[in-house]
Design a protein. Sequence first.
Length: 309
Amino acid sequence: MRLVVALGGNALAKRGEPMTADRLRANVKESCRALAKLAREHELVITHGNGPQVGLLALQNLAYQDVAAYPLDILGAETQGMIGYVIQQELSNALAGEREVAAIVTTTVVDENDPAFDRPTKLIGPTYSAQDAAEAASEYRWTIAKDGKAFRRVVPSPEPISILQAPLVRTLLDNGTLVVCVGGGGVPVKLDGRGHQIGMQAVVDKDAASAALAAELEADTLIMLTDGDFVSENWGTPEQRDILTASPEAIGELEFAEGSMKPKVDAAIRVAKAGGRVLIGPLDRLDEVLARKVGTEIRPDVPEGIIFT
């Protein structure tokens, strides 16, 4: 089968952990061990987020003031190289060299008139207290939003139109290579009248970009790995109900948190409406997700609409 697996932020940096290179490698190593069986048996594309890492690079960027700060598109490309390198290396190690792994820098076409550029929602970087967030917003002219009990920087997150390197990814898969790509949603670019790429100051949601890639590759399944056991209606309330299986139309009627589960559900709806299958579940229970003992499945052929656990 041809699978696209999107690694959530917890696969790279667990909440509350210092964002050190050692912790990044340790988390990726653990993730790649969990993915090794899939990688041996299937055509596999691994995508990943970059929110904490691109925000950290932006902060480090501001510390050296002798040159102008690098823009978000270049920082996004840096995170693709950094994280892609570690995933490529640790997956190769987990497979003991049985499969070839290639990490590639990918670009994602967006619309420069996307309303997201006027309404930043993508959380990046570390968390701040209310006071520190207010100071950072004033000093750097950032937009700040609440993230749980803390605060984080938010940047525009336009909808992906297409992944420019999808034909290359397809060629690599056809030749037996495992691919790491669409890091952080891919570097957002617009195309000018001559078809030239121009970087945009944004961070594309990695789940939305993974869905776009899955559609372009005609993947059999998109798997979005996170730290929750299920997609839940009324999450965190006494009325919470965990969803085992749903049609895209039925789950599209429910409301989910803008900065966490909603992008995953929106991405799943996009794939399922195109006839694909999506699984959303915990990385550390991947075997159970695939066996349908845990996690949420979204697919077009669900007559009941939603099946709760």
